[in-house]
Design a binder for this molecule. Structure first.
Ligand code: HEC
Length: 232
C-alpha cells in the first residue's frame, strides 16, 4: 500500500518534471532544451499582432458595444436630426472665461484650418478643400446652440463628423467660443449657395449679358469667322 502510494507519487513527480522540461509552446520561437526564450516570447496578446488565441486580425481588445467612457456623455442624434437636436439639446457648460478659452484652444486646433481664425470660412485648407460658409452669418447666429453643436458632431455635406476627434465637452466649449466671436465680428452675408443661386439666376442672365450681350456674344462668332477666314 505504502509502496504503491510512493510509486504513484514518483510517477506523478516524473510526469511533472518532464512536463516542465517540455515547457509551454513558445510564441514564434519553438522551444528547445535549455532555451528560455519562451519566457519572453510566449503566447500572449499583443495589440499590434495577430491574436494568437482567437485568430483575429489583432490582439487589441475592443470595448463591448455600447461601452461608455467614464465621464463621457453619448450624443444620441442621427445626422439628419439637426432640428431635433436644436430643439432639445442645450449647452451644459457655463460661458465662463475658462470654458471660452478652452473652446478657443480647440477651435484653433481643429476648426481653424477650414473655418479660418474669425470663422469667415477662409482657413488655409480652403485652397484645396471646399470653402465652408461663414459661421458669422445671420442663419448660424439664429441657430440654437444644439443645432450649431450638431453640425460638426455629425458632419454636414463635405465636412466630416468631428465626434471622434473632439469629445462633447470640447465641442460645447467651441460653441461658446463661436458665440463669443459672433458678438464681436460683423454679420456675414449669406453664402452664394443654392439659396442665393435662384436670386442670382435672373441676374444670371445678366452675367451672360455683360459677357455675352452686345459685345461678347458676337465675339466667338466673329472669332470663329476670323479663324475660318484665316484658314481659307
Ligand atoms: C476639413 C475642413 C473643416 C473642418 C476642420 C471643420 N469644418 Fe465645419 N464645415 C466645413 C465645410 C466645407 C462646411 C460646409 C459643409 C456643407 O454644407 O457642405 C462646414 C460647415 C460647418 C457648419 C455649418 C455652417 C452652415 O452655415 O451651414 C458648422 C456649424 C461648422 N462647420 C462648424 C465646425 C466646427 C465647430 C468645427 C471644429 C470642431 C469645424 N466645423 C471643422 C469644413 C470644415
Amino acid at each position: 500500500m505504502r509502496n504503491a502510494a510512493s510509486a504513484l507519487a514518483v510517477a506523478a513527480l516524473t510526469m511533472l518534471v518532464s512536463a516542465c522540461d517540455l515547457g509551454l509552446p513558445a510564441g514564434r520561437t519553438p522551444h528547445r532544451e535549455g532555451n528560455r526564450l519562451d519566457m519572453g516570447d510566449q503566447p500572449k496578446l499583443k495589440p499590434q499582432r495577430k491574436d494568437v488565441f482567437g485568430a483575429r486580425a489583432t490582439g487589441l481588445m475592443e470595448p463591448q458595444p455600447g461601452t461608455i467612457a467614464v465621464g463621457e456623455t453619448p450624443y444620441g442624434y442621427a445626422q439628419n436630426e439637426a432640428d431635433r437636436a436644436g430643439a432639445e439639446v442645450t449647452n451644459p457648460l457655463p460661458a465662463s472665461p475658462e470654458v471660452i478659452a478652452h473652446g478657443k484652444f480647440i477651435y484653433e486646433n481643429v476648426c481653424i484650418t477650414c473655418h479660418g481664425p474669425k470663422g469667415a470660412g477662409d482657413g488655409p485648407v480652403t485652397a484645396l478643400f471646399p470653402k465652408p460658409p461663414s459661421l458669422m452669418t445671420q442663419k448660424v447666429r439664429d441657430w440654437p446652440d444644439g443645432q450649431l453643436f450638431h453640425r460638426p458632431m455629425r458632419g454636414q455635406g463635405s465636412m466630416p463628423s468631428h465626434a471622434r476627434q473632439i469629445d462633447t465637452r470640447d465641442m460645447w466649449s467651441v460653441i461658446h467660443y463661436i458665440r463669443e466671436m459672433q458678438k464681436v465680428e460683423p454679420v456675414a452675408p449669406p453664402p452664394p449657395t443654392a439659396a442665393a443661386a435662384p436670386v442670382a439666376a435672373p441676374a444670371g442672365q445678366a452675367p451672360a449679358a455683360p459677357a455675352g450681350a452686345p459685345g461678347a456674344a458676337p465675339t466667338p462668332t466673329s472669332g470663329a469667322a476670323a479663324q475660318q477666314g484665316a484658314k481659307s
